[in-house]
Write a protein that binds this ligand. Structure first.
Ligand code: SF4
Length: 454
């Protein structure tokens, strides 16, 4: 299969430009461009002291519609909103910033807020980490997640990120590792593992030579059938695969993975249909697919960013047209500013259903809305009336107990419920998963695939 130097790179303002992150230092200038007042800009900086902020010129110049900012969905995807955090927390930190308080004081105040935001939902730090293997999570029997140390940032941070704790400079909250030899030994000792998911952050922030050092040692392991890469690079920096200096080398690496007989799967995070419009992203998709890699798409459903059915049907249709496979609509996870972005489960189901009606059978590979909860990946399959009672029909797409996968179970309908924990069982005293124990090294939590959803 040939792949490189076979197409004219699309012309775009950022074509050929080196990636450069825009950070908190640039926040005031950028939010002024959105028309925010001085007080609003200060509040935005206060939120950005708690939650991570980072973006780049491609997102700023080619994705955001500044004439619609601050209500533009891509602006809201990237820029902190002052009501993402409790008003008293924002006011306290804004006051410290206004007074030019010592950095240590601001950091301490920000840290106190972070600790109230459930930094690692679904017990990720406790339940899934094999003994003394930082940066490794063994969630399902067949899947191991690896958080490569150099891949724990992103080309841009999403305001709703469920892995935000990776980016806030708190070593105790971070999952990251670099011992690929130990990972290899671990895989050999666990022959039922068939898939390794590189996640983050965004593994595609790494250069080819670094990624190669992680991937190559896995290629001769017969047991490994697929290598997955959770990434939002196609949405945030498609230049990675087209005009970056090592773009062609990267594609050659992908070819080698495929030639080794592995399914190389991009778990590509696209939040909004606008991310699929630039010629640069279309060219990146074409080049990646030419290597034999498969691109599956996923994103969480987020209030005020992508909560219209037409956004999802447009995404799924375009993705299918470009040769990608729609895979998941997730429910926003129970971490960070979740309450701000959450869409109630009943509404999420209706949005999914309406969007699903507007797509062809080829795009109906998508599943959702799905919650990556502690006992497993739970899909809201319907809202139905049974025995005179309105209920949620639910099922596990993955579960700690494989016997529960794909078996329907029911919960009382609650229009305000936003997560599994909010639900009460219907027609039973307990949910079928309540017997599952939540500890031990053999626990395989289920939050696989992550946004990017790295
Ligand atoms: S959701 Fe994914 S791409 Fe977005 S900031 Fe988090 S890890 Fe990065």
């Amino acid at each position: 299969m040939t792949l490189v130097n076979d197409a004219v790179a699309p012309t775009a303002p950022t074509a050929g430009r080196k990636f450069r992150a825009l950070t908190v230092k640039h926040l005031d200038e950028l939010t002024a461009r959105a028309g925010l007042s001085a007080e609003q800009r200060l509040a935005t900086r206060a939120v950005a002291a708690v939650l991570p902020f980072r973006t780049n010129a491609y997102v700023v110049d080619e994705l955001i519609d500044w004439s619609a900012a601050p209500d533009d969905p891509i602006y809201r995807l990237v820029f902190p909103q002052e009501d993402m955090l409790p008003a008293q927390d924002v006011a306290r930190i804004a006051d410290l910033l206004r007074r030019d308080a010592p950095k240590a004081e601001i950091d301490a105040a920000a840290r106190a807020v972070r600790m109230r935001l459930n930094p690692h939902p679904a017990g990720q730090l406790q339940l899934n980490v094999p003994d003394s293997m930082p940066g490794v999570q063994h969630k399902y029997e067949e899947t191991v997640l690896f958080f490569p140390k150099q891949g724990q940032t992103c080309h841009t941070y999403c305001t709703y990120c469920f892995r935000w704790a990776q980016f806030v400079g708190e070593p105790d909250l971070k999952m990251a590792g670099d011992d690929i030899d130990r990972l290899r030994d671990y895989l050999i000792a666990h022959p039922k593992v068939t898939s390794v998911l590189f996640t983050g952050g965004d593994p595609m922030i790494m250069g080819e030579s670094v990624l190669r050092r992680y991937i190559e040692p896995l290629l001769d392991l017969e047991q490994i059938e697929s290598i997955r890469i959770g990434t939002k690079s196609l949405g945030y920096w498609p230049q990675k695969f087209v005009t970056d200096p090592d773009a062609d080398d990267m594609l050659r690496l992908f070819e080698r993975v495929v030639a080794a007989g592995k399914n190389l799967a991009f778990m590509a995070h696209f939040t909004h249909p606008r991310e699929l419009e630039p010629a640069m992203v279309r060219e990146a998709v074409r080049r990646i697919r030419n290597t034999g890699a498969v691109i599956r798409t996923q994103a969480p459903l987020i209030r005020s960013i992508n909560d219209r059915p037409e956004d999802w049907s447009a995404m799924w249709r375009t993705q299918t047209r470009l040769g990608m496979i729609p895979y998941y609509m997730f429910v926003e996870r129970d971490t960070g500013p979740r309450d701000y972005f959450a869409v109630p489960l009943g509404q999420a189901y209706e949005i999914f259903r309406e969007a699903y009606q507007g797509i062809s059978g080829l795009a109906r590979t998508v599943r959702g809305p799905s919650m990556s909860a502690t006992p497993g990946k739970v899909c809201v399959d319907g809202v139905v009336e049974l025995f005179g009672q309105k209920v949620f029909a639910l099922k596990f797409i993955q579960c700690r107990d494989p016997d529960l996968v794909n078996r329907p179970f029911y919960a009382e309908y609650d229009p305000s419920a936003i997560w599994l924990d909010d639900l009460k069982p219907a027609f039973a005293d307990a949910f079928p998963f309540e017997h599952l124990t939540l500890g031990g090294s053999a626990a395989h939590d289920l939050a696989a695939s992550g946004p990017s959803l790295p």
